[in-house]
Design a protein around this ligand. Structure first.
Ligand SMILES: Cc1cc2nc3c(=O)[nH]c(=O)nc-3n(C[C@H](O)[C@H](O)[C@H](O)COP(=O)(O)O)c2cc1C
Length: 327
C-alpha cells in the first residue's frame, strides 16, 4: 500500500498529520509521532500578540514605553515565558529531531505588524506555515464581509513576506463556507484545514456558573468537516486537511473519501499517545487492501465528486420533501 500524499506541495509519507497542540512543544513527542508513521507535524501556535510584543520590544523600547514601565515588564515577561525566540528554536529542534515536514502555526486575527516575522519562520527551517485564523464574529457593528476580508488580507500579507506553502486553518462560522474557501484558495492558500475546534463555554446549572466543555473532541464531531470537505471538493480543486473528530482509521478513510488529502489528529493523541498513529496506519492499510485501493488517490473524493453525493451533503432538513408527501 502506498500511503503517500502531496499536501500543499509537501510530500507526506502518510496522510496523518499531528495537529497543532501543546504536545509538539516537546521534540521527544514529535520524534515518537514521526517514528509511528505520521506524515507531518504542525507545531503549537505562536500568537500574533507574542510576535507584536517582541517586535515592539526591539523596535520602540525607548520612545514607546519610557512613560509606562509596567508595559515593558509585561512584554518582557510575555516574551520570556512564551518567547518568539523559543518558538524559532522549537522549529529548529523539531527539524533536527524528525525527517518529516514540520509546519509552524500562527494564531492570528489581523495583518497588523506581525506578517514580516514569517520570514524568520522560514529561516528557522519550517517547511510550511499554518495560519490559525480565528476572528470572532460576534460584534453588532462588524459585518461578515469585513471579517472575511481580514482573512484574505492576513493571507496575502503573509504570502508577500515569505515563500513557503501557506495553509489556513479555519472554523465553520462563515455564511458560505464554500465561497470563503474558494476566496482563500484564489488568494494564494496552498491548503485549507477544516476545521479548528474552538473553546466552548457551558453552564453549570447547580452552581449557576459558566464552565467549559471538554477540550477534547468526540468522534461524531467529524460529520461537520465531512459535509464541507465534500461540498468544496465537488466544486473546485484545493488541498484539504480534515480536522476535528478523527480518532481512528475510519475517520481518516471518511475524510479522504470526501476529498481530504490529509487528516489531522489531536484529541486521540492526547488520549492514546503515539501508538495510535501506527494503529491507524496499519488499519488504514488493511481497509485499502480489502477495497482494492493501492494508493490514496484511488479513493480520494470518491464520495464527493458525483452529483448525487453533493445532494446528500447539501441536505439540511431531516424530513424528505416530495410532491404529495409531507413525511
Ligand atoms: C490542548 C489543546 C491545545 C491546542 N492548541 C492549538 C493551537 O495552538 N493551535 C491550533 O491551531 N489548534 C490547537 N488545538 C486544536 C487542535 O489542533 C485541533 O484542531 C482540535 O483539537 C480538533 O481536532 P481533534 O478532534 O483531533 O482534537 C488545540 C487542541 C487542544 C486539545
Amino acid at each position: 500500500m502506498n500511503l503517500s500524499t502531496n499536501y500543499m506541495g509537501l510530500e507526506l509519507k502518510s496522510p496523518i498529520i499531528i495537529g497543532s497542540s501543546n504536545l509538539s512543544l516537546h521534540t521527544d513527542n514529535s520524534k515518537r509521532y514521526a517514528d509511528a508513521g505520521a506524515g507531518a507535524i504542525v507545531l503549537k501556535s505562536l500568537f500574533e500578540e507574542q510576535i507584536v510584543a517582541d517586535r515592539q520590544k526591539l523596535l520602540n523600547q525607548e520612545d514607546m514605553y519610557f512613560w509606562y514601565p509596567e508595559a515593558m515588564n509585561f512584554i518582557d515577561d510575555a516574551s520570556k515565558e512564551h518567547g518568539v525566540d523559543n518558538y524559532l528554536k522549537l522549529i529548529e529542534d523539531t527539524k533536527k529531531a524528525v525527517s518529516i515536514p514540520v509546519i509552524a502555526s500562527i494564531n492570528c486575527v489581523s495583518a497588523k505588524e506581525w506578517p514580516a516575522f514569517a520570514s524568520k519562520i522560514k529561516d528557522a527551517g519550517a517547511d510550511a506555515i499554518e495560519l490559525n485564523i480565528g476572528i470572532p464574529a460576534n460584534e453588532l457593528n462588524v459585518s461578515a464581509n469585513t471579517i472575511s476580508e481580514t482573512y484574505i488580507e492576513i493571507l496575502k500579507s503573509v504570502k508577500r513576506e515569505v515563500d513557503l506553502p501557506i495553509s489556513v486553518k479555519m472554523g465553520y462560522h462563515f455564511n458560505n463556507i464554500v465561497r470563503m474557501s474558494f476566496k482563500l484558495k484564489s488568494n494564494g492558500a496552498d491548503a485549507l484545514v477544516l476545521f479548528n475546534r474552538y473553546y466552548r463555554p457551558d453552564i453549570d446549572i447547580n452552581n449557576l456558573t459558566i464552565t467549559k466543555d471538554s477540550v477534547y473532541s468526540s468522534e461524531n464531531e467529524i460529520t461537520i468537516a465531512l459535509r464541507w470537505l465534500a461540498l468544496i471538493h465537488h466544486q473546485f480543486d484545493c488541498d484539504l486537511a480534515a480536522s476535528t473528530g478523527i480518532h481512528s482509521y475510519e475517520g481518516v478513510v471518511k475524510s479522504i473519501l470526501t476529498g481530504a488529502k490529509a487528516a489531522q489528529l489531536c484529541s486521540t493523541i492526547y488520549k492514546h499517545g503515539a501508538p495510535v498513529v501506527s494503529t491507524i496506519i496499519s488499519e488504514l492499510q488493511n481497509w485499502m487492501r480489502e477495497h482494492n485501493f493501492s494508493n490514496i488517490e484511488d479513493f480520494r473524493g470518491k464520495l464527493a465528486k458525483e452529483p448525487e453525493y453533493k445532494k446528500s451533503f447539501e441536505r439540511l432538513q431531516f424530513m424528505r420533501k416530495s410532491v404529495g408527501d409531507i413525511a
